[in-house]
Design a protein around this ligand. Structure first.
Ligand code: NAD
Length: 295
């Protein structure tokens, strides 16, 4: 069992740290917000007075922070202080450039590092069923994999440093685009007088089939477990989808990739968010496209 410093105990980090405690690890947590530290203490996480305090005792440092700038700052602060050979695992969703910069900082100080963003949301974090998309050298991944398992349904090694973040934003760009495509089809069907269940019955068993339709259908009825059936409570909030789409566009621009549908999806989610609807599930984009909240 390992001594793990867990930095960033928000909506995701708190239950993730709790699952590491349940697996028998000794977890020392740190967060800027006192309330989040207290909640983690309730899950058996030892509350550190500072990030330095957490790191001084740890063999492994896991971060779950809002964005790339937080990850870069925390790595720059902690990498020089950690014992040589410490394993750094960043589970935050950040831009590929920041992920690569974090790997470089860790390497400069003689540490192992893995970028390991997740999908599965707060429910997956609570239930220990997250999918981890990992990037980093094989030796680092092999050491990280058993530590991720108590928080995971699945762990996939995607390649070298930054490959986990690349996989995450490419997947979520597919999801953002396909949700808009499925939503447009339902809006068109309504205008054509086509019953939504009839469209679902046809598309779900023919070439229009995709996850956004069959698992996460954006209109109420055909898939009873989708957020459309509970007034679009997330689920996966539109604000987080917008964050990931923006990351995909930053990456496309710096890599010279042409992603016109990714760009359009980003614009549509930005307009949706500008209506003050970031906290609705991302499938509520169907209501934005229809121009009302009616279903
Ligand atoms: P959150 O805002 O609830 O938690 C982030 C935590 O980091 C906060 O408690 C904040 O106080 C803390 N923090 C910020 N800077 C810090 C620092 N320097 N030192 C210590 N603590 C610091 O966010 P979240 O929902 O837990 O998401 C975390 C990451 O996971 C994000 O990158 C997000 O995109 C990603 N993610 C979230 C979900 C989701 O459904 N919430 C799903 C997949 C991925």
């Amino acid at each position: 069992m390992s001594v793990i410093a867990f930095v960033g105990l928000g909506n995701m980090g708190n239950p993730m740290a709790g699952n590491l405690v349940k697996a028998g690890h000794s977890v020392i947590g740190y967060d800027l917000m006192e309330a989040n530290l207290a909640a983690a203490a309730g899950r058996g996480v030892e509350a550190a007075r500072s990030a330095d305090d957490a790191v001084s005792q740890a063999e492994v440092i896991i971060t779950m922070l809002p964005a790339g700038k937080h990850v870069r700052e925390v790595y720059a602060d902690l990498a020089p202080k950690a014992a040589r050979g410490t394993l750094f695992i960043d589970c935050s969703t950040v831009d590929v450039e920041s992920a690569r910069a974090a790997h470089a900082i860790a390497k400069e100080h003689g540490h192992l590092s893995v970028d390991a963003p997740v999908s599965g949301g707060t429910v997956g974090a609570e239930n220990g069923t997250l999918t981890f998309m990992a990037g980093g050298e094989k030796a680092a991944f092999d050491k990280a994999e058993p530590l991720l398992q108590p928080m995971a349904g699945k762990v996939v090694h995607c390649g070298d440093g930054g490959a986990g973040q690349a996989a995450k934003i490419c997947n979520n760009m597919i999801l953002g685009i396909s949700m808009i495509g499925v939503s447009e089809a339902f809006v068109l069907a309504e205008k054509l007088g086509l019953d939504r269940q009839a469209l679902f019955n046809v598309a779900s068993t023919s070439s229009g089939q995709c996850w956004a339709l069959t698992t996460y259908c954006p209109v109420p009825g055909p898939v009873p477990t989708s957020p459309a059936n509970r007034d679009y409570k997330p689920g996966f909030a539109a604000g987080l989808m917008l964050k990931d789409l923006k990351l995909s566009q930053e990456a496309a621009s710096s890599a010279g990739a042409v992603t016109p549908l990714g760009a359009e999806a980003t614009s549509l989610y930005a307009l949706f968010a500008a209506q003050g609807r970031s906290d609705e599930d991302f499938s509520s984009i169907v209501n934005f496209l229809r121009g009302s909240r009616e279903s």
